[in-house]
Design a protein around this ligand. Sequence first.
Ligand SMILES: Cc1cc2nc3c(=O)[nH]c(=O)nc-3n(C[C@H](O)[C@H](O)[C@H](O)COP(=O)(O)O)c2cc1C
Length: 307
Amino acid sequence: MSRVDLKVDLNGLTLKNPVTVASGTFGFGREFTDYLDLNILGGIMVKGLTLEERKGNPTPRVSETPMGMINSVGLQNPGVEYFVKEELPFLKQFDTKVIVNINGNTIEEYCKIAEILSKTSVDSMELNISCPNVKRGGVSFGREPEMVYEVTNKVRQYCDKHLIVKLSPNVKDIKEIAIAAEKGGADCISLINTVIGMAIDIENQTTVLARGMGGLSGPAIKPIAVRMVYEAANSVSIPVIGMGGIMNYRDAIEFFLAGANAISIGTANLINPWVAREVIDGIKEYIKTKGYGSIKEIIGKVRIPSL
Ligand SMILES: Cc1cc2nc3c(=O)[nH]c(=O)nc-3n(C[C@H](O)[C@H](O)[C@H](O)COP(=O)(O)O)c2cc1C
């Protein structure tokens, strides 16, 4: 039987296959062990961590929308120290890369978390720059290229591990943001995070979510995500992890063709806990059927017919 090489190198982080699960949709992996052998995954991006424990936003904070969902969970998590002590040893039992999503209200907080995690066995850190910068009036770190450069550059000085910067789609020009992350010292970028949205209950005439707005995810955002991955991948020379609305292997293939070196599955895990296995098998089959020997052969291969 012909073998398919699914291994990818993300500039210092090697994944045995290009399929990861997205932060906030897979907890710390425990809940999924009844359904999935975690050893099959290329990597696990764990729930976003902050320096201190966070209880998250008031409820309702999750709601279904046409072709997706909207959430304002608000980074509920037990804090970085708890994670290192109680959750990391569990995750390290598996033959998969542990990628830790880190969050802060200030650059100092991000740096402190990076410093703590640098002394542990995590494989990579994913910097979530969609958080509000409290020193800049709550504007997201990810909104302006200058701030993206600054936070990446500072965290780089405290991060001794592979560093991914996760980009927000709620920006004017994703290309500039991707370039700023690369210049700041990111080893790799991941995108997209959720798209800001709002849903209204017309009977009560209130917003559906207690906090008003939230992050839209799922199939509704896939075309936005594919476009942004295409633009980002063509603007930087570091690898790209693509995500946003991946429900099956066909969606994943779109991201590879657009230029992603690896992909991440988010909302789909909440609907179908077996989805990651189905996506891995489907990618393998696609590569074989199309007559290729490795995943690398399809990365960035999309053609625009009129160009
Ligand atoms: C319930 C929920 C919680 C999330 N929590 C985080 C988080 O803690 N950190 C982060 O960077 N992204 C978080 N995300 C964003 C996802 O990781 C992903 O970028 C986004 O949902 C797009 O992918 P998808 O459409 O496949 O879900 C969360 C998404 C959802 C739906």
